[in-house]
Each structure stands twice: as structure tokens, then as C-alpha cells.
Design a protein around this ligand. Structure first.
Ligand SMILES: *[C@@H]1O[C@H](CO)[C@@H](O)[C@H](O)[C@H]1NC(C)=O
Ligand SMILES: *[C@@H]1O[C@H](CO)[C@@H](O)[C@H](O)[C@H]1NC(C)=O
Ligand SMILES: *[C@@H]1O[C@H](CO)[C@@H](O)[C@H](O)[C@H]1NC(C)=O
Ligand SMILES: *[C@@H]1O[C@H](CO)[C@@H](O)[C@H](O)[C@H]1NC(C)=O
Ligand SMILES: *[C@@H]1O[C@H](CO)[C@@H](O)[C@H](O)[C@H]1NC(C)=O
Ligand SMILES: *[C@@H]1O[C@H](CO)[C@@H](O)[C@H](O)[C@H]1NC(C)=O
Length: 399
């Protein structure tokens, strides 16, 4: 393929741009959808700062019950903590697809549907369901199941529908639910560095404090945070390499060990794929992929693979896992061609860590992602690369 791109540089660029725009529109983006409608700006803002937007974008089949700015004002007037607002809003995200048409054609005129509040395990017991009922005069009522049969809101209009991926429907009022509104333990009182220090991750915790990266971790706790901490012996073995990094590289490496959303083990298992981290500052930067290996959850970068070996703390919105290797981002370490590491944990560690060189991984021509970045196009993974190649062939055939 490379010769084609040199022969037809503008065609190649055109096709790449076409493709990259089509791949970004395939994955829906609730922030972008709502941005076109200023009457939902407050709702949109809160989806972002509670990290629910990321969660919504990750799901393949979802319905968002959008609240306009007036409805949001009435919710915010209750002065809930951000974490409670998150629970209430997650009750407005249905983990099923309801287009406006389906809404009016519910079997037997009434249904209970599961929400993100329920699906993420935030809801106690069997709460977190929404009752949708077709009412007289073509109206559709919505109410939380734990609301004594009261349907607080009615359907107003369809804001956006991409069957059967995402539907955004405006409803008239906030859905009241005692369970979603229940006061929750003040999450910011969770002391992350203390939790880690006391449970075998003191070395990692000390690095967070020394580098100042702990501030970024702490800021993210309220909205949901997952931390992967390499245990003390792992960090000890890594220190020579760590010391070689510049101050900003150290911070990036540490931030690479957090993701700004609460992910239980179950959620990690069912959400295999690319994860953005606290170090991510653009598309395809400082991310890793989560993959199940049977019951074991692994975290893979282009450089190495780490395993989750235990849970230190699981108290929504914070979850802290132990991992058996330091996560090495491809931005800082070169991928190794070497196959499986030997068994002993010490040599395993050595084999997994890429040989370091002065040249950053970014200049490695073997790295597909960065090679594409040089063309001014977002990074492409293997699958997309094949698609690019295919569309190049098609493009050439068309000429
Ligand atoms: C819906 O989502 C699936 C899976 O992510 C994707 O393959 C498909 O292209 C999406 N459909 C639309 C219309 O965006
Ligand atoms: C979604 O769209 C917003 C606004 O256009 C953008 O800032 C954000 O990065 C997008 N998110 C993803 C995951 O593409
Ligand atoms: C609809 O009502 C009928 C009769 O009451 C019942 O047999 C059936 O299971 C109901 N369907 C659903 C989806 O609730
Ligand atoms: C939904 O609420 C209505 C009104 O309270 C009630 O009649 C109906 O049985 C409920 N539907 C379900 C499936 O619980
Ligand atoms: C966490 O606890 C330690 C003492 O164990 C304290 O020095 C530190 O300030 C606390 N951090 C936060 C964010 O409260
Ligand atoms: C640290 O960097 C130097 C110079 O680039 C290199 O020679 C050395 O092997 C590196 N040490 C480790 C432990 O990676």
C-alpha cells in the first residue's frame, strides 16, 4: 500500500479523512449531539463532569432522557453533591433503545426498563428501573419504579435518534427517586494515597505524592475513578527506569494508571476495548486496552501486558486494583518484539519492559499509530488500517 499513497497522495489523504470522519460518527458522542441544542446545555455539562458522557458513548445501545435547562435548575436547586447528581442523571439513561416510535408501541402499554443507575451497581437492590407507560391522548409517562407508581414526567420530543445505537428523548421533568437521591458517603473523603499505602501499594502512593500526580487522582474521585496500582515489589524493580524519566514523563506514566470512571471488575470484563486514562490528552494518546483472559482481566499497551491480581478498595465512586506490572505507555517506551516473558517474576518484569533508548517510541516507523499521525490523521488501529487499505484499493479502482 505505501506506494499507492505516494502515487496518489491527495486521494489517499481524502480517503483517510473520509474514513476517519465516518469512524468517529459511528461511535456516537452524546456531548456533540446535545451541543446542537442549547436548551440542554446544563444537562450536557453535567453529563461531562460526572463522566456519564463517556459511559454513554461506550455503550452500544442506549437511550438518554434529556432534561432541558429549566428541569436541570430544579434538580440543582436541591443542592445535591455532584456524586448524587450523577446517580440521579444515571437514572435518566436507559440501557435499551427506545426510539419515539417504540415509545408509543409498548407491549401492553407499560414496561419497566433498566437504567445506568441500576446497571452500574450504584442502585441498592432491585431499584433503578424506570416505568414507561403509554397514557391517554398519545402521551407517554415516565417514573422511577421506587416512586409509588407516580409517573413524574412525560415525553416531550425526540432530540436525536440513531437506530439502534442511541436515542435522545426530551422528558418534561426530573424523575424523582429516593434511592438515587439518597445521600452517599462523601467520596472525596476517601483518601486514596492512604488506602494504597496501607495495602501493599505504598511505593506507588509515594511516587504519586512526590510527583504531585496525586492531585489529579484526587480531583477525579467524586466523578468516578479507577486506579491500577503496581504493588511494592513491582515498583521497586521498576525504579531504575522510572528515575530515567523526566519530571513530566513521570507524571504521565503515573496518570496512565488511572481511568476517570468507576469500573467494577464486572464492568471491565464486559467493556473490553480501548480505555482512556488520566494521561490521555487527545485521540489515541496514552490509552490501553482491557481484555479478558478467561476470568483474568489484562491491561495491554503496545509495549506490555499487565494483569489485575486483586482489589484494594471498591467503594463507588472509587475502585483500586493491584496489578503485576507497571503499565508502560507506547508514548514513553518502545514496544519489544520479544514473545512471552519467562516465569520468574523478576525476569518477567525485565522482559516486559522495553529496552529504553533516547529515541521516543513516537519516531518508531513500525508503529502504525504514530506513522498515521504524521499524516495529520488520527491514529488508526489494525482494523481501521485494513479498512484504509481496502478503501484505498477501491478508490484506485474507481479511477
Ligand atoms: C451502531 O453501533 C455499531 C457498533 O458500535 C456500529 O457498528 C454501527 O455502525 C453503529 N450504527 C450507526 C448508524 O452509527
Ligand atoms: C465528543 O465531542 C466533544 C465535543 O465535540 C469532544 O470534545 C469530545 O472529545 C468528543 N468525545 C469523543 C470520545 O470523541
Ligand atoms: C401482555 O399482557 C398479556 C395478558 O395480560 C400477558 O400474557 C403478556 O405476558 C403481557 N406481555 C408483556 C410483554 O408484558
Ligand atoms: C407503571 O406505572 C403505572 C402507573 O402507576 C402502573 O399502572 C403500571 O402497572 C406500572 N407498570 C409496570 C410494568 O410496573
Ligand atoms: C491522606 O492522609 C494522609 C495521612 O495519612 C494525609 O497526609 C493527606 O493529607 C491525606 N490526603 C487527603 C487528600 O486528604
Ligand atoms: C537510562 O538512560 C541511559 C541513557 O539513555 C541508558 O544508558 C540506561 O540504560 C537507562 N537505564 C535504564 C535502567 O533504563
Amino acid at each position: 500500500m505505501p506506494p499507492l499513497t505516494t502515487l496518489f497522495p491527495s486521494l489517499a489523504l481524502f480517503l483517510l479523512l473520509l474514513l476517519s470522519s465516518s469512524t468517529t460518527s459511528n461511535a456516537h458522542n452524546i456531548t456533540r449531539i446535545l451541543a446542537k441544542h442549547p436548551e440542554f446545555s446544563t444537562f450536557n455539562h453535567y453529563l461531562t463532569i460526572t463522566h456519564l458522557a463517556a459511559e454513554i458513548n461506550r455503550r452500544e445501545t442506549i437511550t438518554v432522557l434529556a432534561l432541558d435547562n429549566a428541569a436541570m435548575s430544579s434538580l440543582l436547586a436541591k443542592q445535591f453533591s455532584l456524586y448524587t447528581v450523577k446517580n440521579v442523571l444515571s437514572l435518566h439513561v436507559l440501557v435499551d433503545y427506545f426510539g419515539s416510535k417504540k415509545l408509543h408501541q409498548i407491549t401492553n402499554g407499560t414496561a419497566l426498563t433498566s437504567t445506568m443507575f441500576q446497571a452500574t451497581g450504584s442502585a441498592p437492590g432491585s431499584s433503578g428501573y424506570i416505568n414507561i407507560t403509554d397514557l391517554k391522548g398519545g402521551k407517554v409517562g415516565f417514573g422511577a419504579e421506587d416512586n409509588n407508581g407516580k409517573l413524574d414526567a412525560v415525553y416531550v420530543k425526540s432530540v436525536a435518534e440513531i437506530p439502534y445505537n442511541i436515542s435522545v428523548l426530551q422528558i418534561s421533568k426530573v424523575l424523582n427517586s429516593a434511592e438515587a437521591e439518597a445521600p452517599t458517603a462523601e467520596p472525596s473523603q476517601l483518601n486514596l494515597t492512604e488506602i494504597m499505602s496501607k495495602q501493599g501499594c505504598k511505593a506507588f502512593s509515594d511516587l504519586l505524592k512526590a510527583s504531585g500526580a496525586d492531585a489529579t487522582f484526587n480531583e477525579n474521585i467524586d466523578g468516578g475513578l479507577t486506579v491500577f496500582c503496581p504493588t511494592d515489589p513491582v515498583i521497586d524493580g521498576f525504579m531504575p527506569k522510572y528515575k530515567n524519566l523526566t519530571a513530566s514523563q513521570k507524571v504521565a506514566l503515573l496518570l496512565f494508571h488511572g481511568i476517570p470512571v468507576y469500573m467494577s471488575l464486572q464492568m471491565l470484563k464486559s467493556n473490553n476495548g480501548i480505555m482512556n486514562t488520566l494521561a490521555t490528552d487527545g485521540a489515541n494518546k496514552y490509552d490501553f486496552s482491557v481484555q479478558n483472559d478467561g476470568e483474568v482481566v489484562t491491561l495491554k499497551t503496545k509495549v506490555m501486558t499487565s494483569k489485575i491480581t486483586g482489589t484494594l478498595k471498591d467503594q463507588e465512586p472509587l475502585i483500586v486494583y493491584k496489578i503485576d506490572k507497571v503499565l508502560l505507555p507506547r508514548e514513553l517506551f518502545k514496544p519489544v518484539e520479544a514473545a512471552e516473558a519467562p516465569k520468574s517474576s523478576k525476569s518477567k518484569h525485565k522482559a516486559a519492559d522495553a529496552p529504553e533508548s533516547d529515541a521516543p517510541a513516537e519516531s518508531d516507523p513500525a508503529d502504525v499509530q504514530t506513522a498515521d499521525n504524521e499524516n495529520g490523521v488520527v491514529g488508526l488501529d489494525g482494523g481501521r488500517l485494513i479498512m484504509v487499505s481496502l478503501s484505498l484499493c477501491i478508490g484506485v479502482l474507481l479511477i
